[in-house]
Design a protein. Structure first.
Length: 335
């Protein structure tokens, strides 16, 4: 099959592209190589993908409407994974404009390109942040998401709504996937696991927000990729596989569905840190700090719909996932 992935130099996009290439598919990738974090890490990911003759890289920002349209037209993808976005909850407080440019305008440009050159299926990456401070735990796809706590979450909500609009008006099938705290090898340097490992190895303190009282539903990246690959054939609408199932989130007016992807097993932050300490064989110096603006005390995914659709549920535990990250980190940075 032919796939188009936005964000192939990013953490999740890289892993997904590598999996699809290994399965023998053709992958076109778009990435803006923005300097939000180390561009050399992004270039290293693309260099690995470029070893396959079935991979074509396009370095351009999603804000370039004409270029995005040209790439979609040339790639003729069966399935589009729209993963590229300005990520990070805390950074949205520092540079909000980047989120509007990439997550709103960039998503609009992709939807417009697909209106002109439709794909069989668009899979759009959203976030657990969209649930805000909902007290209904675990988070179910039907939980109201109208009270985002950060601009990052608000821009992702905007993307979900725009995608529904295009699914309704132009019959472009869309599955929105909400990711829960993804981690693993080749992860982003701005994420907690990366920072914790780096600082512990340098014998520097780690910043522990919420005074360590937060819990997160950590999802190992290869489990996430497996979920995405399995969801690709489940196209909302008449082209989809199977009959409607219990708890489905199909829109009554569009070929559109919402699906959570998480492990469904929240881990307390101190337990996460202890898993890192055990793997490294070192103790962390913990700098306990108050909750940051926009942070939520807990995330917890209900993944029943994912399992009913695909027969799969993420299962890698934190101890195993952290060990794999540390193995990659030590090898990549020669630590």
């Amino acid at each position: 099959m032919r796939f188009l992935i936005t964000g192939t130099a990013g953490f999740i996009g890289f892993h997904l592209a590598r999996r699809l290439l290994a399965d023998g598919h053709v992958v076109a990738g778009i990435d803006g190589m923005t300097p939000y974090y180390d561009v050399k890490l992004k270039e290293a990911r693309h260099a690995l993908l470029a070893k396959s003759n079935n991979f074509t890289a396009h370095v351009t920002k999603l804000e370039d409407e004409q270029r995005v349209g040209e790439i979609v037209a040339a790639a003729k993808p069966d399935v589009v994974f729209h993963l590229a976005a300005q990520a990070g909850v805390r950074y949205s407080l520092e540079n909000p404009r980047a989120y509007i440019d990439s997550n709103v305008n960039g998503t609009f440009n992709m939807l417009e390109a697909l209106r002109k050159h439709p794909a069989q299926h668009l899979i759009f990456a959203s976030t657990s942040s969209i649930y805000g401070a909902s007290t209904k735990i675990p988070f179910v796809e039907t939980t109201p998401t109208d009270q985002p706590l950060t601009l990052y979450a608000a821009t992702k909500k905007a993307g979900e709504l725009m995608a529904h609009n295009y699914a309704h008006l132009w019959k472009q099938p869309v599955t929105v996937v909400r990711f829960f705290t993804v981690y693993g090898p080749w992860g982003r340097p701005d994420m907690a696991l990366f920072k914790f490992v780096s600082n512990i190895l340098k014998d520097e303190p780690i910043d522990v927000y919420g005074e360590g009282k937060m819990t997160r539903d950590f999802t190992y990246v290869e489990d996430l990729v497996e979920s995405l690959v399995r969801l690709a054939p489940y196209i909302p609408g008449p082209l989809g596989l199977g009959e409607p199932i219990a708890g489905d989130t199909l829109s009554p007016v569009a070929p559109y569905r919402l699906v959570n992807i998480g492990r469904g097993s929240p881990v307390a932050l101190p337990d996460f840190i202890e898993a890192i300490e055990k793997t490294l064989g070192r103790k962390a110096k913990r700098n306990l700090l108050p909750m940051q603006p926009g942070d939520v005390p807990a995330t917890f995914a209900n993944c029943d719909l994912l399992e009913r659709l695909t027969g799969y549920r993420p299962a890698t535990n934190v101890a195993e996932g952290v060990e794999k990250f540390v193995e990659w980190y030590r090898g990549y940075y020669k630590k």
